[in-house]
Design a protein around this ligand. Structure first.
Ligand SMILES: C[S@@+](CC[C@H](N)C(=O)[O-])C[C@H]1O[C@@H](n2cnc3c(N)ncnc32)[C@H](O)[C@@H]1O
Length: 288
């Protein structure tokens, strides 16, 4: 069954990994809801992912903490809208809630419905922390869908696109970036993560990477898009500010540690915008 037909399993898996990382004594991310949202199914997939890629929970912790720091930074500097593209079971709308900030969660109808059903089961989770917007990036325009739900293109917004681009076709990645470039307020920011071409093609020479690629295929969410340099695509779609940070660099900033064997070098974060942002979040700002 494909992603079009049912809620995302990779979203459930990453929630389980986030729960695991949140329980570490030296945790760099804190998601108190993740374990309940992931459930048994999430745990099973998380265990499988770690057999192929042992530092998977640390990798996910870095991803969560790095993005959290950027969202917080944006909110502190008076940003009033945060959009989570491909939100999955992300709980930032509650964890990073601020009285002046509206959160929008964009996802496929199936994943969005699954999320809302799961949230209803949580004791104390405010369902109205976010406005839920359905959109399939393969054939729908996210900003158009957001505007129908109350999102304003007259105000700057921070767009998070976490753990999503590699499941999309290049056409969908381009269309989503174009939608952001053409319609979002020019002081808006878009932050997403990417995998290298070799990684999504299972061509890194690592058996574990081949298993990871096979695992997401088995889950019905195969990798489709990888890039070694997203700058040309982002420039062609109208963006004029691009800042790329490798996972190794983010992990070093957040944990002070580096291990070559972790193989975090095939993944990067991309922060981009239509123009140079007036508030630049430097990498060291992610350190707490
Ligand atoms: C690995 S999950 C990441 C979820 C969340 N961002 C996180 O990091 O916890 C991938 C998410 O992308 C969404 N997604 C995948 N393909 C999509 C598409 N074509 N349109 C909209 N959302 C999509 C899935 O529904 C799922 O929620």
């Amino acid at each position: 069954m494909t992603q079009e037909k049912r809620a995302s399993l990779t979203a459930v898996m990453v929630a389980a990994l986030r729960a695991e990382a949140s329980a570490w004594p030296d945790a760099i991310c804190h998601d108190p809801w993740a374990a309940q949202l992931a459930g048994e199914e999430g745990l099973r997939y998380a265990e499988r992912s770690k057999r192929s890629f042992p530092p998977m929970a640390l990798w996910l912790a870095v991803r969560t903490a790095y993005i959290d720091a950027h969202v917080r930074h944006f909110i502190e500097h008076a940003g009033t809208q945060v959009v989570l593209l491909g939100a999955g079971l992300d709980t930032r709308a509650q964890r990073l809630a601020h009285p002046n900030v509206s959160f929008y969660e964009v996802d496929t109808p199936q994943s969005s419905q699954h999320k809302q059903t799961q949230l209803q089961r949580l004791d104390g989770y405010p369902l109205d922390a976010a406005t839920y917007v359905t959109c399939n990036f393969e054939h729908q325009d996210p900003i158009e869908r957001l505007q129908r739900a109350g999102f304003s293109t007259e105000l700057p917004a921070f767009f998070v696109w976490e753990g999503v681009t590699y499941y999309l076709t290049e056409e969908a990645v381009r269309a989503t970036v174009r939608s952001f470039a053409e319609q979002a307020h020019p002081q808006s920011l878009l932050l997403f993560d990417i995998f290298s071409k070799r990684f999504v093609r299972a061509d890194t020479g690592q058996q574990g990477d081949r298993e990871s690629v096979q695992m997401v295929e088995d889950m019905g969410e195969p990798f489709r898009w990888g890039t070694n340099d997203p700058l040309p695509l982002l420039f062609e779609e109208g963006l004029r500010y691009v800042d790329i940070t490798r996972f190794d660099e983010a992990c070093l900033a957040l944990t002070g540690s580096y291990e070559r064997e972790r193989m975090f070098r095939f993944q990067s974060f991309v922060l981009c915008a239509k123009q140079v942002p007036s508030i630049l979040p430097p990498l060291h700002s992610v350190q707490k």
